[in-house]
Design a protein around this ligand. Structure first.
Ligand SMILES: *Cc1c(COP(=O)(O)O)cnc(C)c1O
Length: 389
């Protein structure tokens, strides 16, 4: 069945739920076993069926099953945040003395995890230009390299690595491929068809989709799934059942929301491209974006998150623009129903490449509002910017 149909019908079984459309939420720590035999056999196979709250409840298994199916992985484990999902993925491949190859446009807390905790545990990390060629990547692989970590596109600067080409090099050297697939969501980029072993979702973003719950998911292929699930359990990471419910509910409308987010993003880009204050736009679905060919070839959907590179202006002019916006909330995270703006600070965010622009970089999230109203809000912002300069 097609993905829109699975989004609606997967992860629930009304006939087993008294006819109720949505599955119930169990709040559980203890699971009671009727006999010693039942308890011992559950303890021998804690990953099959219910065992203890931390190992998951039926609604966890519904969401995890549906996410794995949508993305094309063998299995999925949910976590309490997107960053916890990244931690699980990296700890699944970690070993003392191991080496990571990480794209320079990676989510900043991932970089901090590599430079912090993983470095203390004896891992080293090399960062590389996300637009690296496969041949140049091959040169960076060492005997102790355990994983390649990419994000397509990066969520601040939107460079698009060629995931299948880089993954092929990694595989040839027995290096695991980890992708943060939050931008594209499980329906926008079928990570496992493109050589990824472990795919991360900050489900907080588009899966939940309403800016009200923190949730992560790690999906893995046959070779990695058992290790990933064991790692999550060893670390004690688990998602709350109400948040998992919100993730499952968010999935029902994921593809219609994404279509509107992407449509609004294109409308905004089209308008912004004609503004004298704008130096460039960072959004792979745009035909003249450097990542467009890769996006066109490998992706099946876009989302509403993109970058706007402004021409240099004073801080006072920029704050006059941003402080007065009425529809664009200023803050972190994205993927909810509303539009957002973030003045991007790249301090400490790159080490292998240099961001070549001088002017301010804005990250916009096109929400589900009317594009005309969003454009009017931005236009008033540019008017304030001009009069403050
Ligand atoms: C937000 C985000 C995360 C982290 O998700 P949280 O749920 O906020 O911990 C990871 N990766 C990307 C690309 C993100 O945008």
């Amino acid at each position: 069945m097609d993905k829109p149909t699975r989004l609606v019908h997967g992860g629930r079984e009304p006939r087993r739920q008294h006819g109720m459309v949505n599955p119930p939420v169990y709040h559980a720590s203890t699971v009671i076993f009727p006999t010693v035999d039942a308890l011992e056999s559950a303890a021998a196979n804690p990953f099959e069926g219910v065992y203890y709250g931390r190992f998951g409840t039926p609604i966890h298994f519904e969401l995890e099953g549906l996410l794995a199916e949508l993305e094309g992985g063998a299995g999925c484990v949910t976590t309490c945040s997107g960053l916890a999902a990244i931690t699980v993925a990296l700890m699944s491949v970690a070993q003392a003395g191991g080496h990571l190859l990480v794209a320079d446009n990676i989510y900043l807390p991932t970089r901090k995890l590599c430079a912090g905790m993983l470095a203390r545990l004896g891992m080293t990390t090399s960062f590389f230009d996300p637009r690296i060629t496969p041949a140049a990547l091959a040169e960076l692989i060492r005997p102790e390299t355990v994983a390649l970590v990419v994000e397509a596109p990066g969520s601040l600067t939107f460079e698009m690595p060629d995931v299948p080409a880089l993954a092929a090099v990694a595989r040839a050297h027995d290096v695991a491929v980890i992708a943060d697939n939050t931008w594209a969501t499980p329906i926008g980029f079928p990570a496992f068809e493109h050589g990824v072993d472990i795919s991360i979702q900050a489900a907080t973003k588009y899966v939940v989709g309403h800016a009200d719950a923190m949730l992560g998911a790690v999906t893995a292929n046959e070779s990695w799934y058992a290790t990933v699930r064991r790692t999550a359990v060893e670390m004690g990471y688990c998602a709350g059942p109400d948040d998992v419910y919100l993730g499952l509910r968010g999935l029902r409308t994921l593809d219609v929301r994404l279509a509107r987010h992407a449509d609004n993003a294109l409308r905004l880009c089209d308008w912004l491209a004609g503004r004298p204050e704008v130096e460039g736009l960072l959004y792979p679905p745009l035909p003249d974006d450097p990542g467009h060919a890769i996006w066109q070839r490998d992706f099946r959907a876009a989302c509403g998150l993109f970058g706007v590179q402004l021409k240099p202006c004073s801080r006072q002019a920029l704050t006059a623009m941003l402080d007065g916006l009425e529809l664009f909330g200023m803050g972190f995270s994205w993927g909810g129903f509303e539009s957002l703006v973030l003045p991007v600070n790249l301090t400490g965010a790159r080490s292998a490449t240099r961001w070549p622009h001088e002017g301010p970089l804005l990250r916009l999230h096109a929400g589900l509002e009317s594009a005309d109203d969003l454009i009017a809000d931005l236009k008033a912002g540019f008017d304030r910017l001009a009069s403050a300069t």
